[in-house]
Design a protein around this ligand. Structure first.
Ligand code: NAD
Length: 275
């Protein structure tokens, strides 16, 4: 047999078209916490790929300009103010999207108390700070998934992604509230995937390493020393940037990823490859 012999029929007619469909064009993509950082990059890139980006954030002062940036380059975006820790606020956000577009195809639970959270010994975390982290980081994802579920079920299509953190697997000292909340994303993903799978909805979890966002300098918990130590532990020893997460998030949103669910996928340059 010579090199180059074609072993398969050139076009396998029995393969559903969706298996090769890597498009996110015209998808309605809701990313919470997309007024800055990782979320901002995600909405910008989804919009660049033809999706309608719903820029939802606690800070309207951030969400508005991000939507304006997207529109300025010909993309489609709707900015919305939301506090994901409040069920009524989440329900209003989802109602506004449904009123405008009639559906939500993709939900990325990205909003979190993160960059402005102080590290402290676990027994010095004030109970109200602990509670606020759980309210936003855990309850927020629950409220958002609950609010979009009906629309996704009705159309037998949906993609839900939760954002965890590499800190979950190595453990991080003086960060118990944050790491506990990000651990919950994995269990939530696994269980929710079982409930909604029969309705054509996938649920996956993205586990980033230490990402340098435009607010990196303000991240109280990540000193330059910690950042460098994390880079040294990666297989690919360079700074992780928000765009490193785009390919994975976008792939999980495509029809081609319809059979991938209940997974937690690390995107960390190999920082946690042995876990
Ligand atoms: N940057 C990293 O190194 C890193 C690493 C692992 C995981 N993550 C996770 O990625 C996600 C994004 O991280 P980031 O670095 O962009 O964080 P960030 O702190 O820069 O951005 C978080 C966004 O969430 C918004 N937000 C906070 N509370 C909210 C609420 N109640 N309702 C709606 N929006 C709210 C903020 O306004 C902000 O725009 C988070 O879930 C974080 O835990 C980040």
């Amino acid at each position: 047999m010579s090199i180059g012999t074609v072993l398969h029929p050139p076009l396998a007619s029995n393969v559903p078209a969706e298996a090769r469909d890597f498009s996110v064009k015209d998808r309605i993509v809701l990313v919470t916490g997309s007024g800055q950082g990782i979320g901002r990059e995600l909405v910008q890139q989804f919009a660049a790929a033809g999706s309608v980006a719903i820029v939802a954030d606690l800070s309207a002062a951030n969400a508005g300009p991000v939507a304006t940036e997207i529109r300025a380059v010909g993309g489609r975006a709707l900015p919305l103010e939301v506090d994901v820790s409040k069920k009524e606020s989440v329900d209003s956000m989802v109602a506004a999207v449904l009123a405008e577009f009639g559906r939500i195809d993709v939900l990325i639970n990205n909003a979190a108390i993160f960059s402005n959270l102080k590290k402290r010994p676990f027994d010095e975390i004030p109970p109200d700070e602990w509670q606020r982290v759980m309210d936003v980081n855990v309850n927020g994802a629950f409220f958002c998934a609950s609010a979009v579920a009906k629309s996704m079920r009705d159309r037998h299509f949906g993609r839900i992604m939760n954002i965890s953190s590499a800190s979950v697997h190595r453990g991080t000292k003086n960060y118990l509230h944050y790491v506990t909340s990000k651990s919950a994303m994995i269990g939530m993903t696994n269980s929710l995937a079982r409930e909604v799978g029969p309705h054509g909805i996938t649920v996956n979890c993205i586990r980033p390493g230490t990402v340098a966002t435009e607010v990196a300098e303000r991240v109280a918990s990540l000193t330059p020393e910690i950042r460098q130590r994390n880079i040294d532990l990666q297989c690919i020893p360079r700074t992780i940037v928000p765009s490193d997460l785009v390919g994975l998030a976008m792939f999980l949103a495509t029809p081609a990823a319809s059979f991938i669910t209940g997974q937690t996928i690390a995107c960390d340059g190999g920082y946690t490859h042995s876990f």
